[in-house]
Design a protein around this ligand. Structure first.
Ligand code: ATP
Ligand code: ATP
Ligand code: MG
Ligand code: MG
Lengths: 221, 221
């Protein structure tokens, strides 16, 4: 379903070149529940940005459903991304001036749903992450773990075929984090959603059927 | 050293009142290494904001070194805070337009150190968190765990007598997180710095000499 071939990604910081991804090749099959693990700074979030069509590799090929991504038309790229992918970002990226429920409903606006349908669906996913008592709070009126759960609800509410989750349990206590993993496993098993989880937590990685290990920008396991 | 007596804290969200801390009393002794644990939303960060003189309780008393805090003079409060406390915030709060090294050096500006001394001291602490290769990156050019380590270096560089660290290892892999705990333990044992660590990680809490358990805004253990 998603195929990365010899992906390189570098950034320029003043005169320096930082080689972040140094030749990544792997495939994510439809319906997989996969974890990406590795030390801080090894390139996991950068890899997720490329998988999510948010960043272009410096070289190498990325194919989605056997179609090579060409990066020349921004609108085609965002339309594909909005239809297909739900993101849980490492720092949540919630809109500070919208309430929790309006943040969750934002991706649904592009789907031609009525306002009533959007509200119902958003509330349904807010309940799945146990945040119904805080649905009218703004992000600054939520704890770190509550913001993370709203970001998760937002990623799921649009029923995407692919979920890319960057440290989705990082701000959660063990019990709440496990609830989120149970939710991901259910969506994966019952609805066939492909899920890629970046995590530092070996207990979370162990619950994914496959584990890709990144270190210094290359796959080491 | 720090004494909380019957602390209550509520917020207003529209017509609703959210009672976050519902009668907290405890003491942090000089030189302690203490962990605060509890579920997401239980009030840990709010408690830390009160300990750190960043927020005023709705009722109850907070005394620092036997002096009751009165909250009427903002300048006395910030001066006390800047002299005494180093913060590691749950979402780092780095300044996006400064490089990593300039973020670390920011609290030192108020101490009358020369520019050369500030740069040397900042680099010393950047090395302690293994970030010397990224000292000229801005926060957006750093990974999540790298930003967290810069926030930690910034908290420590001013040699505060109290460190308040909110999930300081949340974005770090197990190995790097342990390096940070080793650093905290060294500072606590060798320099007598009082350290309060909010954490979801039982392995981190187990390394602190005392554990305070928060649940629904009250101490339950
Ligand atoms: N915009 C950028 N400019 C320059 N360097 C960058 C940029 N973004 C990331 N980097 C560098 O690329 C490397 C990998 O970053 P990335 O965010 O992918 O790491 P990560 O594996 O997600 O780390 P963490 O576990 O700490 O979140 C880091 O060394 C980082 O400093
Ligand atoms: N400014 C605010 N206005 C309204 N409610 C708030 C505000 N800040 C926090 N809260 C509420 O207070 C409660 C405690 O928040 P706090 O950030 O202290 O939790 P926490 O224990 O740090 O959680 P986490 O582990 O998720 O970081 C939460 O239910 C949150 O919704
Ligand atoms: Mg990352
Ligand atoms: Mg918190």
């Amino acid at each position: 379903m998603l195929r990365l071939t010899d992906i390189h990604k570098s950034y320029h910081v003043g005169p320096t070149t930082v080689d972040v991804l140094r030749g990544i090749s792997f495939t994510v099959e439809k319906g997989e529940l996969l974890s990406i693990i590795g030390p801080s700074g090894s390139g996991k979030s950068t890899l997720m940005n490329i998988l999510g069509l948010l960043e272009q590799p410096s070289s190498g090929t990325y194919s989605v459903e056997d179609t090579k991504i060409t990066y020349d038309d921004d609108r085609t790229l965002s339309s594909l991304r909005n239809k297909m992918i739900g993101f849980v970002f490492q720092q949540y990226n919630l809109l500070p001036r919208l309430t929790a429920i309006d943040n969750v409903g934002l991706p649904l606006i592009y789907r031609g749903m009525s306002e009533k349908e959007i509200t119902e669906r958003s509330m349904e996913y807010i309940k799945k992450v146990e945040m119904e008592e805080r649905s009218r709070h703004k992000p600054t009126e939520l704890s770190g773990g509550q913001q993370q759960r709203i970001a998760i609800a937002r990623a799921l509410a649009g029923s995407p075929s692919l979920i890319l989750a960057d440290e989705p349990t990082g701000a959660l206590d063990t019990h709440t984090g496990q609830e989120i993993m149970n939710l991901f496993k259910r969506l994966n098993e019952e609805e066939g959603i492909t899920i890629v989880v970046i995590t530092h937590d070996p207990k979370i990685a162990a619950q994914c059927r496959r584990k890709v290990e990144l270190r210094d920008g290359i796959i080491t396991g």
